[in-house]
Design a protein around this ligand. Structure first.
Ligand code: S3P
Length: 442
């Protein structure tokens, strides 16, 4: 099947106030914890993107009752555990979905077979399977633990596990398996990663002990924790808010406010970096909703300057480097991004595709094995040309980033596979056109 691509064209200023869609990480977790818990979980503001809907279907396959009650309003009736699914569980495009669900499923004496779309089937699962196997789970899958694979769980041993890479998904898989492991689990993370699983486990009644030892986080889940259904208010996704905010920064005359953006410091590295680049980014109306700080963020068109992004900031903005690279293309001087090798194993090789997309749009990019430098065209005092036809390999963030670039460049930018945008930001095109952007079928 072929579908038309999308094209964004340069136009006037972007103006208006919008709401960020629900946070993807928290949406997945609310479904999974709701299904593991006993009793009713009600969710408000759920991201109804394809990834989260795949997780919702998976939770039904594992025995929970999952119902939509209104826009963003869902009810999950958990049975206090997982039952064996009668068919293959398809997690679509979602790395978070499949890795967290495998962790949760490992706690139960049953077999479950997982698959996903071609991107997910190419992504490494060994990072989750290794600790689960140490706990006693067994699995059979393709080379290097690629999907499809079958996991058999139950009778898990406890584990003290030091994360070999900064991955909240791996940490979360171990914690969820730890709910049913003798002796509980402890995850040691040399670099702090997003802590939504820890926060949500507590909201569902579990004891989670977090200690900082010499700047290293130790997250301990004692044996025998029971989860009880609760209410989850999903805050706005900073990773999605990034797109209209960066658009406002690079399109002259723009002013855009995104309301209700989660401000968890383990997620806001992009906003810090943009401020260091000279962005006029103002955060207001800061409040706490469901245990997470949220606020409204206003971005006004700004002349940005290139910066060196501290590598240790990478976990707090790992999904935002493609859109940061777009902002950097409009800056004065080079922006250096290092310590981002994890980008190569996301929905696509995001270093390679960002470099290729920007190069196709006339931007100079130097690619490194674990980094890239984007040379801002303002340094050479010429505008970004645009005009590229960008291959996204089905990666939603590569698609959205380049569509944003096209709104500020001299020539339109085209992307293939626009359908994938719905995995994380189903309303992206209408939200951007509502602000005055131009995105049409290519
Ligand atoms: C996520 C963690 C990150 C991130 C992903 C969502 C999560 O992945 O890239 O989009 O919800 O835990 P890693 O844990 O692999 O770094």
């Amino acid at each position: 099947m072929t579908t038309a691509g999308l094209k964004s064209t340069p136009g006037g200023a972007l103006r208006g106030t919008v709401r960020a869609p629900g946070d993807k990480s928290i949406s997945h977790r609310s479904m999974i914890l709701g299904a593991l818990a006993t009793g009713t979980t009600t969710i408000e503001g759920l991201l109804e993107g394809d990834d989260v809907l795949a997780t919702a279907r998976a939770m039904q396959a594992f025995g929970a009752r999952v119902e939509q009650e209104g826009v963003g309003r869902w009810r999950v009736e958990g049975k206090g555990g997982f039952a064996e699914p009668s068919d293959v569980v398809d997690c679509g495009n979602a790395g978070t979905g499949v890795r967290l669900i495998m962790g949760a499923a490992a706690g139960f004496a049953m077999c479950a077979t997982f698959t996903g779309d071609s991107s997910l089937r190419g992504r490494p699962m060994g990072r989750v399977l290794d600790p689960l196997a140490r706990m006693g789970a067994t699995w059979l899958g393709r080379d290097k633990g690629r999907l499809p694979l079958t996991l058999k769980g139950g009778s898990l041993r406890g584990l003290v596990y030091t994360l070999p890479m900064a991955s909240a998904q791996v940490k979360s898989a171990v914690l969820l398996a730890g709910l049913h492991a003798e002796g509980g689990v402890e995850v040691i993370e040399p670099e702090a990663t997003r802590d939504h699983t820890e926060r949500m486990l507590r909201a569902f009644g579990a004891e989670v002990i977090v200690e900082d030892k010499n700047n290293v986080r130790h997250v301990r889940l004692p044996e025998g924790q029971k989860l009880k259904g609760t209410h989850v208010q999903v805050p706005g996704d900073p990773s999605s808010a990034a797109f209209p905010l960066v658009a406002a920064l690079i399109v002259p005359g723009s002013e855009v406010t995104v309301e209700g953006v989660m401000l968890n410091v383990l997620r806001t590295g992009l906003f810090t970096t943009l401020q260091e680049m000279g962005a006029d980014l103002v955060i207001s109306n800061v409040r706490v909703e469901s245990g997470e700080e949220v606020g409204d963020i206003t971005a006004r068109h700004s002349q940005l300057k290139g910066v060196v992004v501290p590598p240790e900031r990478a976990p707090a903005m790992i999904d935002e480097y493609p859109i940061l690279a777009v902002a950097a293309a409009f800056a004065d001087g080079p922006t250096v991004m290092r310590g981002i090798g994890e980008m190569r194993v996301k929905e696509s090789d995001r270093i390679a595709l960002t470099a290729a997309g920007l190069t196709a749009c006339g931007v100079t990019v130097e690619e490194e094995p674990e980094g890239m430098t984007v040379v801002g065209t303002k340094g050479g005092n010429h505008p970004v040309r645009g005009g590229g036809k960008v291959i996204t390999h089905g990666d939603h963030r590569i698609a959205m980033s380049h569509l944003i670039l096209g709104m500020a460049a001299q020539e339109p930018v085209e992307i293939d596979e626009p359908g994938m945008i719905a995995t994380s930001f189903p309303g992206f095109v209408s939200l951007m056109t509502g602000l005055g952007g131009s995105i049409v079928e290519a």
